[in-house]
Structures are given as structure tokens and as C-alpha cells.
Write a protein of this length. Structure first.
Length: 546
């Protein structure tokens, strides 16, 4: 079955599920008012049954499981002929929320797969890696926090799985292990250790109304990565979560080993590769600059005594490069003198490990530094409001990508943004920008780059697409975003749009800056022609008339 056929089936399922979920909420509301209403209970069971039998495509398994569980609980309640307890109604709401989140995640994935496909059906191209959707288990008995945080996480592209109790969380983890967990302190810290047993690097956040320092220490002791107090700063939670899940993802870390001793170099390479790292050995310091540029290491292991140059001098060279300000440098040396440690720090080194180095010590030092550096790099390269790449990081990412691939540049600009700020306030304007950023992030591939380029302007780099594919992508994104409603401070629903300029081939422009200028000119034409439209930098040549 083609990608487009799958997308059509999923889109139909999502439309039908929206109606079914709305009906379920109506009958759950009746049960809230009258817990003995058997007819409403039967209707809730029917809605669960509708989700228990869907199938035909990989990915519906979790929805099936949740539907079957809800149907069985309703059937058991009907046989008992007793009033439904509030906790039971809340659990059913949690199951329906879980189903809704799964359906939305599938819809986003299907939408992304078909973004740059031609109108006729065809198989996807080899090598296109779609953006990963991270599953977040939200365990919190506070309904308001659950609703607010769950909604924002979904908007940011996370797949939210809901649980109100410890037992529900364990059931959800048995169905599918999450990539991250946010847990209220009332749910039990043993859930953290349970997750750590199965997925060691999964980020875990504690949400607590207790402000005592000893409570924060207890959260850290149980293995949590962060502690957030109430009232909850949702933006801070999301920024931290995205930083950790992306920095701890399964992407293989690259280690550049600068060591002129062949035997020692082979030893280091063997130890690190056995732990899953990608290693390049630099035996000759004269090739260091080339290896640094082409390998783009996440960490550098540096010997001090090298032919013709010292490791200290190479470290100072690394620190002069913007892209390697945060790259960890670990010095490996047999020297034990204090001045050696001092010189290592002065030259920009992060640690000093004495030879012979034990494998466990080496791996622990590398792992800790790589994870820390990834988090630091994430924050250095990101815009604080949207979490997208900042302008400098975007340029570096595009210029690096162009060494081995061509691509399209798309510039976006929110229409009438000043009027929006003046009418509804800057906080609402920021909300629209953050919503657009989230929308773009979840609807493109992981190989594509997105930036908040400045103010209300965004830039995108889409790899390996034609002019027509880039135009079709921009038009589809424009149309979809224009249909999203935004809740203004006065409670009204506001619709926003953007204009776009597309440069379908950076290489045709000759340079990054020339390509950006062409895309900007196309954007300017789109706005001059009435806004909420897409302009093309290079118009196709007119067809010859026969």
C-alpha cells in the first residue's frame, strides 16, 4: 500500500474518531451528573468498542489495546449494577485522551510522509528520515495540570500518554515504554526506577507542590532529571524536555581520537566502538583540521605529546572555531604533574585523564561529557521562545548540509503580525509564534532545518527536493496553518496566516547568502500580492507554443 493511501485511511480514521470522542465526552458528562445512568454507561462502552476493533495498518495496536481495556471495564461495571465512582470516570477520560493523542500522532506522521510527494501516488524515496515522535507518559492526578500540560505537549509534537494513578502508569508502560515521563509526587517515585530499569536514559521530571529543599533532593535521589514546582511553568518544562530527549536520543556520538601511538589509538578505538561510539583516529596532527571539519566530532580525545605540535595548541585552535566552542576535549596523558592539569584547563580542555586509562573510566568520562555537551549545544543553538534553531545555527547547519546535498530554502513571515500584537498584546503574539514553530517542527523531516530567523520570520531548509516539491510543501503548510484557530485573551478564536518565499535550489544561487536573498525577494512579492500566499524565486520558463 502506498504512503498516500495510508495517509488517506488515517485521515479518515482521525475525522471519525473526533466525532466518537466528542460523543464519549457527552456521555461521560452525563455519568458525572448521574453515576447510576446505565444507558450513558452503555454508550461509553460503545465508543470504546469502536476503538477496540480498528486495524489494517501498523500503528493502531495501542488504540486497539486502550479501546479493549475501556470496553472491558465498562462491561464489568454494567454487570455490577452499581453507580460509577468518580475515579473510574476519570480513568475512562484518561483512556480516551490516550486514544486521541495516538490518533493525532499517527495523523502528523502520515501528513509528514506525504508533504513532498507528487500528486500522483508513488513510493517514498530511499533514505528519507522522518522526524521522530517522542512518547511522553504524563502521570498526574491534578486534572487542570494534566489538561494544560498534555495539550501543550501535543501541540509541540510529543505523543502524550495519560495516567492519573500509579497503577494506570504501570499499565501504560506495559503497553509501550515511553521515551520520557513527567510524574506528580503523589504517584510514587518507584515509577522512576521502574522506567530506568528498561530505558536508562529516558528523561524523568518531577512535578511537586512541595517547596522544601529536602523534597527536591529526594526527587534527584530517585533518579529524576529535573524538579518543577507548582504553579507549573509549562514553557520551562517543554524546553527542558525537548533538550533532554533530543540530546539523549539514540544518535551515535562521534569521537575524534588524536593519538600518534598506533597501539594506544587502536586500544581507544576498540573500547569506544564496543560501547557504540563512532570513532575516527587522527594519527598525524597535520590531518587534524581536515578530520575536525569532515567528521564533526561530538567529543575529542587529545594526547598532549604529539609530533610537531602539542595537544594544548590543537585545543586552542579548536576553541577558536564557533561550531566547536562547546565540544568537549579530554586530555589523555601519562604526565602526572599539577602544571599539566593547569595547562590543560587553560588551553580549553574539559578533563585530564592519566594513562593507562581504565575502560570503565574512559567510557564514563566520554558519556557524561557527550550528554552534557549536547544539552549545552542545544541551548546555544536554540531560540528561547520557539525552541527552533537560531539564525547562526541555521546557517551553519545549511552550509554543512550543502557539502553533500542540494536543497530548498523557504522563508516564512506571519501576516499582519504588528496588528496582532497591537490588538491582542505581545504575549498573544508570542503564543502565535510558538504555535507556528511547533507546527513546522512536527510537519517536516528530521533531516530538514527550521529556524526562527528574526522577529516573526522563519526559515526552513528542505533537503533533496525539486522546485515543484518545495512549492507544494510550502503551499500545503500555509493552507494547514491558516486553518488553525488561536484562542485570544478575550476568549475569541483568531486565525493567522503566513506568506512564504521559496528558493528551490540553493546551489543554483551560488551561495547561502545569495540563496537567502532570492527567497526573501520571493517572500516580498508574495506579501505585496496580498499575503497568505507563496512566491517562487525562480519562475519556470514558459512553454514554447507549438
Amino acid at each position: 500500500m502506498s504512503i498516500l493511501s495510508i495517509g488517506s485511511i488515517i485521515a479518515t480514521f482521525v475525522r471519525e474518531s473526533d466525532e466518537r470522542l466528542a460523543e464519549a465526552e457527552q456521555f461521560l458528562g452525563k455519568l458525572d451528573r448521574n453515576p447510576a445512568d446505565a444507558d450513558s454507561l452503555r454508550e461509553v462502552m460503545r465508543r470504546f468498542h469502536g476503538f477496540a476493533g480498528v486495524g489494517g495498518i501498523d500503528g493502531f495496536e495501542l488504540i486497539n489495546s486502550a479501546g479493549q481495556r475501556g470496553e472491558a471495564e465498562c462491561r464489568k461495571q454494567l454487570k455490577a449494577s452499581e453507580s460509577v465512582e468518580p475515579d473510574q470516570i476519570r480513568r475512562w477520560r484518561s483512556l480516551f485522551a490516550f486514544i486521541e493523542a495516538e490518533a493525532c500522532a499517527m495523523h502528523r506522521a502520515a501528513f509528514t510522509l506525504t508533504l513532498v510527494e507528487p500528486e500522483e501516488e508513488q513510493e517514498t524515496e530511499e533514505g528519507r528520515t522522518m522526524r521522530k515522535v517522542y512518547n511522553v507518559l504524563l502521570v498526574e492526578d491534578d486534572v487542570e495540570i494534566h489538561a494544560c500540560l498534555g495539550r501543550r505537549l501535543s501541540e509541540e509534537g510529543f505523543n502524550v500518554r495519560s495516567a492519573f494513578t500509579r497503577d494506570e502508569a504501570l499499565t501504560s508502560m506495559a503497553i509501550a515504554l515511553p521515551h520520557a515521563m513527567i510524574i506528580g509526587d503523589a504517584s510514587g517515585y518507584d515509577l522512576v526506577s521502574k522506567l530506568r530499569e528498561e530505558r536508562e536514559n529516558a528523561p524523568v521530571f518531577i512535578v511537586s507542590g512541595r517547596e522544601e529543599f529536602c523534597d527536591k533532593v529526594e526527587a534527584i535521589r530517585c533518579g529524576a532529571d529535573a524538579w518543577f514546582g507548582k504553579p507549573l511553568n509549562v514553557d520551562a518544562v517543554i524546553r527542558k524536555l525537548r533538550s533532554l530527549v533530543e540530546s539523549r536520543d539514540d544518535t551515535v556520538a562521534r569521537v575524534l581520537s588524536v593519538e600518534d601511538d598506533v597501539a594506544q589509538s587502536q586500544y581507544l578505538k576498540s573500547v569506544l566502538e564496543s560501547a557504540g561510539y563512532e570513532v575516527r583516529s587522527c594519527l598525524d596532527p597535520s590531518s587534524f583540521e581536515h578530520d575536525l571539519a569532515t567528521f564533526a566530532p561530538n567529543l575529542i580525545l587529545m594526547d598532549i605529546l604529539l609530533p610537531g605540535v602539542s595537544g594544548y595548541e590543537l585545543a586552542r585552535f579548536v576553541r577558536q572555531l564557533d561550531e566547536h566552542h562547546a565540544t568537549p576535549i579530554l586530555f589523555l596523558t601519562s604526565e602526572r604533574e599539577m602544571h599539566t592539569r593547569i595547562e590543560a584547563m587553560r588551553s580549553g580542555g574539559d578533563d585530564h585523564i592519566e594513562k593507562p586509562v581504565a575502560p570503565n573510566l574512559l567510557l564514563a568520562a566520554v558519556e557524561a561529557r557527550v550528554q552534557r555537551a549536547r544539552q549545552i549545544r542545544h541551548f546555544l543553538d536554540r531560540d528561547s521562545l520557539t525552541g527552533l534553531l537560531n539564525r547562526g545555527a541555521f546557517q551553519r547547519r545549511v552550509e554543512t548540509a550543502l557539502r553533500y546535498a542540494n536543497g530548498a530554502l523557504i522563508l516564512l513571515d506571519v501576516d499582519y503580525f504588528k496588528r496582532l500584537n497591537d490588538t491582542y498584546g505581545h504575549a498573544f503574539g508570542d503564543q502565535v509564534l510558538a504555535r507556528l514553530a511547533s507546527f513546522l517542527h512536527v510537519h517536516v523531516r528530521v533531516s530538514d532545518a527550521i529556524s526562527r530567523y528574526g522577529g516573526e520570520e522563519f526559515a526552513m531548509f528542505i533537503e533533496d527536493v525539486t522546485d515543484d516539491e518545495a512549492m507544494r510543501l510550502a503551499e500545503r503548510l500555509r493552507d494547514e496553518f491558516a486553518s488553525l484557530g488561536h484562542t485570544a485573551p478575550d476568549g475569541s478564536t483568531i486565525y493567522c496566516s503566513f506568506s512564504a518565499g521559496v528558493n528551490g535550489s540553493i546551489r543554483r544561487s551560488g551561495s547561502y547568502h545569495a540563496a537567502m536573498l532570492s527567497a526573501d525577494e520571493a517572500l516580498y512579492r508574495a506579501k505585496a500580492e496580498g499575503r497568505n500566499r507563496v512566491g517562487r524565486a525562480y519562475e519556470p520558463a514558459p512553454r514554447a507554443v507549438a
